[in-house]
Design a binder for this molecule. Structure first.
Ligand code: GTP
Ligand code: MG
Length: 149
């Protein structure tokens, strides 16, 4: 089944947006399978964003992600990776459509409040990177027959 790693970045936590952001994925109908508040060590932030290592903003990005606790989440559902990216909106919040998380709640790329995996493969990779096995739950939401036929 498809899964994605969603993370509320330190600005989202500091600004009191945790409930608001989780709500958007819950209301959409995706299934939450992992959730924790976590102070990310530098090494983990670097591993998570390793594809961006050559970028000039990489050190700033690592400082940002490690600047306070993040909320780590695993979400499951058909098409969840691409759909979550749509709910999140464009990387630069000024280009993100109203109605998206970044479009509604942020103004700058360097403070764009939330992360979402960019492919199903990266979804699996990132969930394995951020969660230990016992931290994930598989369960059947009672609303399932009302969400899918
Ligand atoms: P994530 O979901 O966090 O991976 O964002 P994304 O997939 O929309 O963008 P990308 O993977 O290209 O970049 C990862 C993160 O690096 C972005 O979300 C920003 O927080 C940060 N970032 C990207 N480009 C810039 C930039 O030009 N300047 C700064 N300061 N940060 C950037
Ligand atoms: Mg990305």
């Amino acid at each position: 089944v498809e899964e994605t790693y969603i993370m509320i970045k330190p600005d989202g936590v500091q600004r009191g947006l945790v409930g608001e952001i989780i709500s958007r994925f819950e209301k959409k109908g995706f299934k939450l399978t992992g959730l924790k508040l976590f102070q990310c060590p530098k090494e983990l932030a670097e591993e998570h964003y390793k594809d961006l290592k050559s970028k000039s903003f990489f050190p700033k990005l690592i400082d940002y992600i490690t600047s306070g606790p993040v909320v780590c989440m695993a979400w499951e559902g058909i098409g969840v990776v691409a759909s979550a990216r749509k709910l999140i909106g464009a990387t630069n919040p000024l280009n993100a459509e109203p109605g998206t998380i970044r479009g509604d709640l942020a103004v700058q790329t360097g403070r764009n409040v939330v992360h979402g995996s960019d492919s199903p493969e990266n979804g699996k990779r990132e969930i394995a990177l951020w969660f230990k096995e016992g931290e994930l739950s598989s369960w059947t939401p009672v609303q399932e027959p009302w969400l899918t036929e």
